[in-house]
Design a protein around this ligand. Sequence first.
Ligand SMILES: NC(=O)c1ccc[n+]([C@@H]2O[C@H](COP(=O)([O-])OP(=O)(O)OC[C@H]3O[C@@H](n4cnc5c(N)ncnc54)[C@H](O)[C@@H]3O)[C@@H](O)[C@H]2O)c1
Length: 401
Amino acid sequence: MHSGPLYDKRKFASRASLFEFTKLAENLGICLIGAGFMGRAHSAAFRNIQAISPFGRQIILQSIVSRTEHERAQLRERYGWLSDSDDWRAAIRRPEIALVDIATPTDLHAEIAIAALKAGKHVLCEKPLAMTVAEAKAIQAAARKNATRFAVAFNYRFVPAIQLARQIIAEGRLGRLYHFRARYLQDWLAAPEAPMSWRLDKERAGSGVLGDLGAHVIDLAHFLVGPMADVVGRTATLVGERKWPDGKAGTVTVDDAASFLARFAGGALGSFEVSRMATGSKNRNQIEIEGDRGALRFDLERLNELEFYSTDDPPHLRGFRTILVTEPEHPFLEHWWPPGHVLGWEHAHIHLIASFLSDIVNGTATAPTVEDVVTCQLVLEAVEQSANGGGWVKVGPGEQS
Ligand SMILES: NC(=O)c1ccc[n+]([C@@H]2O[C@H](COP(=O)([O-])OP(=O)(O)OC[C@H]3O[C@@H](n4cnc5c(N)ncnc54)[C@H](O)[C@@H]3O)[C@@H](O)[C@H]2O)c1
């Protein structure tokens, strides 16, 4: 049986909605470090928060930081950043900056996060949090010492269908949980001629697809099912040499694909498969959960839908029903469009940032907590240990939230 609480009903019951808006006492200056893929996604989210929150106009896009001048110019032009810099150390110290948002390669996360926390700033950091468990714990220690807030961009928690899945589980509609199954498959590395990048270099990325896509589904497993006790897995590097964009030869030092099994502390069995070599799959983040009273299925490529099967239905009517998660009663939807006017991938980033800002303003608990994120890092490390020739590896010692 599952021993721990699956869902903190009090947290959501005490709030009128998943985020409550109070006008800010003063303007909130943002410094975003990294102007690549996630730099663009976070810039768009900060801008789009104006569509749903009364404090939108008080969020000031103060400074965009990147090593690349054309990226900085492009983001200033597109999103209205007021200034730019190639020096993150100087940028985060400016007094008008209240929140530092980190969207750089993984090797910089800990250094920037700890410096920003020490400078008294709120910090939002992209995943995976860190290169190692030791680095993640150093961030945790800095966050605990600080009065400011810290969150990690596990955006898939903030997809309305995922929040609804958590609610359905918390209401006991799946009963005792038996299985959690996750596949997160992409194909942008399937071609052997796909170029070398920092993402394939262990010194910069920390790990390959395991830390990249694996971190997302590990977090969803924690969010929906609870902590994992132990794991067993294997990883593979399927194309070992790739050319850098300038034509120089490069060696891939991270995993391209990973599979692992997990035993959850509550007794459920989990299976996970992640790959960036899955020809034909673009962003196929699929979750399936079965319990003794029901089951759920989710597919990110159809993110407005949640499939639900219930043994409470009369036997002759049993079957998976597809819930279109766009009703005003569904998580976050009261802030958007009439039913059926579907949301997209970027809305999860908007919900995540809006929730974080709402927590900062209202003093409410931030989720995922820094403990959740350290726990994710512990699972990543346990899978790596197992993949390096081991069998089942215990997760921990970590602190579950
Ligand atoms: N949550 C998600 O859905 C999601 C998706 C993709 C990537 N990510 C994460 O976001 C982070 C960034 O990934 P990305 O895809 O945006 O990478 P990217 O390569 O597109 O961008 C990286 C940015 O960091 C900047 N940068 C690098 N070194 C710097 C330095 N010393 N000072 C200032 N800027 C520097 C680069 O100039 C670039 O603008 C990674 O942690 C990645 O895992 C998250």
